[in-house]
Design a protein around this ligand. Structure first.
Ligand code: SF4
Length: 218
């Protein structure tokens, strides 16, 4: 395996378009300029982090999220807001900034109650196409970092719609969960080894910052 590091968002970006992944994350020829939606999402995450971690009152425009978050805070167990986790290539836990890390991610809210844990990912966008696969990766990291945890309930909380998409993971399913990432990681590995980054033209190309791509017609 080549020597790359990854996160769920990086792997997803690669799956969507290897060329875009390369230009932004490897060659660093272009950077993503945050959209208004992205900036809003970052601000909501920070407000909810401060509310859960320090009890800082939510600003008036975020009070609509209070009820849903209060229900989560009421769940028994140790709360970890915006909790950073990383694993080495052997899938053992390591520090988030470990130079030998392989994969890492940040859980918006992790609650650990003895052998049971909750993972919550706040979403400020549409709930039309939920992607729970990132919850699977977060659960794999949580199982590694919290060896006493045997079962995890994980959910995408669409705060604008007050809907919750949930999944459950068990420690005995760790191997099969890693298997869900095998094909994508093998493709990414092969791209690094062969330095091959194929463009994948989709309607999203018009939002892409890679202006030199033949499929970018903005
Ligand atoms: S314009 Fe489209 S095909 Fe080209 S790099 Fe961007 S996302 Fe990929």
């Amino acid at each position: 395996m080549s020597d790359f590091t990854w996160s769920y968002s990086a792997l997803k970006e690669y799956e969507n378009c290897p060329k875009k992944y390369y230009e932004i994350r490897v060659a660093k020829t272009y950077t993503v300029i945050p959209s208004e939606k992205m900036i809003y999402g970052t601000e909501v995450h920070k407000a909810l982090e401060d509310y859960v971690k320090d009890g800082k009152e939510l600003a008036l425009n975020y009070l609509r999220f209070k009820g849903a978050v209060d229900e989560l805070i009421a769940i028994p167990g140790e709360k970890y807001a915006e909790h950073e986790m990383a694993l080495g290539k052997d899938k053992s836990p390591c520090a988030f900034d470990d130079p030998n890390r392989w994969v890492r991610g940040i859980v918006d809210l992790l609650i650990v109650d003895n052998d049971y844990a909750f993972i919550v990912d706040y979403k400020t966008g549409s709930n039309r196409y939920p992607d729970p696969k990132q919850l699977r990766l977060m659960s794999l990291m949580a199982f590694a970092h919290f060896p006493q945890v045997n079962k995890i309930k994980a959910g995408l909380l669409f705060v604008m719609h007050n809907t919750f998409i949930t999944e459950e993971y068990k420690r005995e399913d760790i191997a099969s969960s890693w298997g869900k990432f095998t094909v994508s990681l093998a493709r990414l590995d092969n791209s690094y080894i062969t330095n091959t980054w194929v463009a994948n033209s989709t309607p999203l190309c018009r939002f892409c910052p890679v202006k030199t791509c033949e499929f970018n017609r903005t």
